[in-house]
Design a protein around this ligand. Structure first.
Ligand code: NAI
Length: 328
């Protein structure tokens, strides 16, 4: 099975070159993301391997089918970037890595909450300039504060454990509540109304696009903290900017994902003029922290992703059923 990788960074090669050899798969690496413009690079491949910002839309898939590509390997958990209907129509298998390290993302989410609540990035910048003034850096104790967890799957549950360790009260919302989980499940509206901190851990689907918008932001408590390590389009970023402009409305926001992150996140744009005004505005607020979709990025998670991706490819090659296949 020849595999063509898109969106490859040096840290991907570090793991996959070795794994490809171990599993006996010839691999071609391309740095460019998959799109209608770059899909021609997949010619000659039996499988392609993509990440979160590759665009696997219907037109791309039809082209892949013409080239004889039979498998799409996602080296990530989310699959919102893939047009599953078209993949099914062309009999192309789609496989993902659902649970490589939920702790990596949950720990990062708590890191973001601590950083934005206690203003650690601002403190770092100040002390580097020998400005030891702490005025404006006051945060809140997390103990006894209420955190609302949206999505109580693998990452949500890992986050709940961490929040419990901090002595926080837990509210949760999931379209499929988990039996026996020691949390108070409430409606989404109640979660928005009662939470001091809201942390998103659900996938992006057609039903929850912009679940945080002007209407739901209005329901939230003054001083609320919002953490999103899930998918950018769960939040209407323009509505978030409006809310951030209201004095006292938002305590802090930390985003590891952004709805228009494709082509920006994972790239060095420090010498370019950023033409995304919403992102530029978000970066200007003192109580907003943005990271570049790195919640998953630990040694342990990268190794697990590489192994599981190769295991998925191996199952397809052998014609074995694979629990990681994504179906409609
Ligand atoms: P999971 O599949 O274990 O859990 C997702 C949970 O969300 C399930 O319990 C499901 O019932 C629930 N859910 C689905 N639709 C919902 C909705 N509309 N409202 C509320 N809950 C809903 O997934 P896992 O592994 O916990 O990952 C969650 C998400 O985290 C992924 O879909 C992905 O978007 C994101 N992620 C982000 C990473 C990062 O580096 N920042 C890395 C890995 C995942």
């Amino acid at each position: 099975m020849n595999i063509t990788f898109f969106g490859t960074k040096p840290y991907d090669r570090m793991w996959f070159e070795e794994m490809g050899k171990q599993y006996g798969f010839p691999i071609r690496f391309f740095e460019v993301n998959l799109s209608e413009e770059t899909v021609a690079l997949a010619q000659g491949a039996d499988a392609i391997c993509v990440f979160v910002n590759d665009d696997v839309n219907g037109k791309v898939i039809a082209q892949l089918a013409e080239f004889g590509v039979k498998t799409i390997l996602l080296r990530c958990a989310g699959f919102n970037q893939v047009d599953l209907k078209t993949a099914q129509k062309h009999d192309i298998k789609v496989l993902r890595v659902p649970g490589y390290s939920p702790e990596a993302v949950a720990e990062f989410s708590m890191g973001l909450l601590l950083a934005v609540n206690r203003q650690i990035p601002r403190a770092y910048v100040r002390t580097r300039m020998f400005n030891m003034n702490i005025h404006g850096l006051m945060g809140h104790d997390l103990k006894n504060r209420t955190v609302g967890i949206i999505g109580t799957g693998k990452i949500g549950q890992a986050m709940i454990q961490i929040c419990k360790g901090f002595g926080m009260r837990i509210l949760a919302y999931d379209i499929y509540p988990v039996d026996g989980l020691d949390v108070e499940y409430v409606s989404l509206d109640e979660l928005f109304e009662r939470s001091d901190v809201i942390s998103l851990h659900c996938p992006l689907t057609k039903d929850n696009y912009h679940m945080i918008d002007r209407r739901t932001l209005k329901k939230m408590k003054d001083g609320v903290y919002i953490i999103n390590t899930s998918r950018g389009a769960l939040i209407d970023a323009k509505a978030l900017v409006e809310a951030l402009r209201l004095p006292g409305k938002i305590g802090g926001v930390a985003l590891d994902v952004y709805e228009e992150e494709g082509g920006i996140f994972y790239e060095d744009k420090s010498n370019d003029i950023v033409d995304d005004d919403t992102l530029a505005r978000l970066l200007m607020f003192p109580n907003v922290l943005i990271t570049s979709h790195q919640g998953y990025f630990t040694m342990e998670a990268m190794q697990a992703i590489a192994i599981e991706t190769m295991e998925n490819a191996y199952a397809v090659k052998q014609g074995n059923p694979c629990p990681n296949e994504v179906t409609l």
